[in-house]
Ligand binder design. Structure first.
Ligand SMILES: C[S@@+](CC[C@H](N)C(=O)[O-])C[C@H]1O[C@@H](n2cnc3c(N)ncnc32)[C@H](O)[C@@H]1O
Length: 282
């Protein structure tokens, strides 16, 4: 059964931040960033998100499902386009409750569920998208989530992803494994990015025809991108939080070092696939 999250209405920020129950030393990297005050958690930043939303052409006719809305940054951008319906499917109970408390209940419904089993009806959506969530899944989970996106889409519907990607140019299997191991160690989440061709294949194997692709650098924790994504006041707040708390500082710097060390091999990618009919699984 679909578990809809109760909320207290518009702009009521009275729930705990996700990750609040975990020790900072062991907290998953995205909740560490949230603890520091960061709200934009996807690898290509707001600029790549904007390009993805434009390419998805979301309008007031659309029924939209977002997988893993996190802190609701993209949800707010999409809600400004006044879609006919918006569901956010979030696995983390604290994130789901926090998000529902921030978004108006009459225009956004948050479902507490894993994206691979959203519990939403077949063909209920014209647009499904998810950011910075597939990269942290195993190959089997990636397939299940894309297959769920396809199930939710009506024929002709669009699915958008925005994820980490290995850059082309013959990245060796050894470097790939090294990056996955180092990122998983520092971020405390199993991270398994794909190359752009593998992301496209993942969508195509689930019956989606790739129609658009955009790429960006992985500058999530670089000053210029931070300013673009968070704005000057939130950046100052983040700087204060990081200066005040040594463990927080250590965790953020360790994540940034990994991004910098593997800069030449890692980037961000966004892809859109259209649901084809008829469909047979390969
Ligand atoms: C890195 S954050 C990204 C949040 C947001 N999409 C953004 O880009 O700012 C990862 C999010 O994915 C959620 N998540 C991870 N696996 C999930 C799954 N299988 N189903 C639903 N949500 C999931 C986490 O709870 C978290 O909110």
């Amino acid at each position: 059964m679909t578990k809809m999250v109760d909320g207290c209405g518009d702009q009521c920020e009275n729930t705990q931040l996700p990750g609040a129950s975990q020790r900072l030393e062991k907290m998953q990297g995205h909740w560490v960033l949230v603890r520091a005050g960061k709200r934009v958690l996807r690898p290509g930043g707001l600029a790549l998100t904007r390009r993805m939303i434009d390419a998805l052409s979301i309008s007031s006719d659309d029924r939209v499902v977002e997988f893993a809305p996190g802190m609701g940054v993209t949800a707010r951008m999409v809600l400004r386009r006044k879609p006919f319906q918006y569901w956010g499917v979030e696995r983390d109970p604290m994130a789901a409750a926090h998000l529902q408390s921030l978004l108006p209940r009459d225009s956004a419904q948050i479902v507490e569920a894993p994206a691979e089993h959203s519990g939403l009806p077949d063909a209920c959506a014209s647009v499904v998208y998810g950011e910075a969530m597939l990269s942290m899944q195993t190959p089997q989970q990636k397939k299940r989530i894309v297959s769920e996106a396809r199930r939710l889409l009506a024929p002709g519907g669009r699915y958008g992803i925005h994820e980490l990607c290995f850059r082309p140019g013959g990245i060796s299997e050894a470097i790939r494994r090294e990056i996955e191991a180092e990122m998983s160690k520092e971020i405390h989440v199993g991270v398994q990015p794909l190359c752009s061709i593998e992301w496209k294949e993942l969508l195509e194997q689930q019956g989606l025809k790739v129609t658009w692709c955009g790429e960006a650098d992985l500058d999530l924790l670089e000053p210029r991108r931070m300013l673009q994504d968070e704005g000057i006041f939130r950046c100052l707040k983040i700087a204060c939080n990081v200066l005040k708390d040594g463990v927080l500082r250590q965790r953020i710097l360790a994540i940034r070092r990994i991004f910098q060390r593997y800069r030449e091999h890692l980037g961000a990618i966004s892809i859109i696939g259209i649901r084809l009919i008829p469909f047979t699984t390969r």
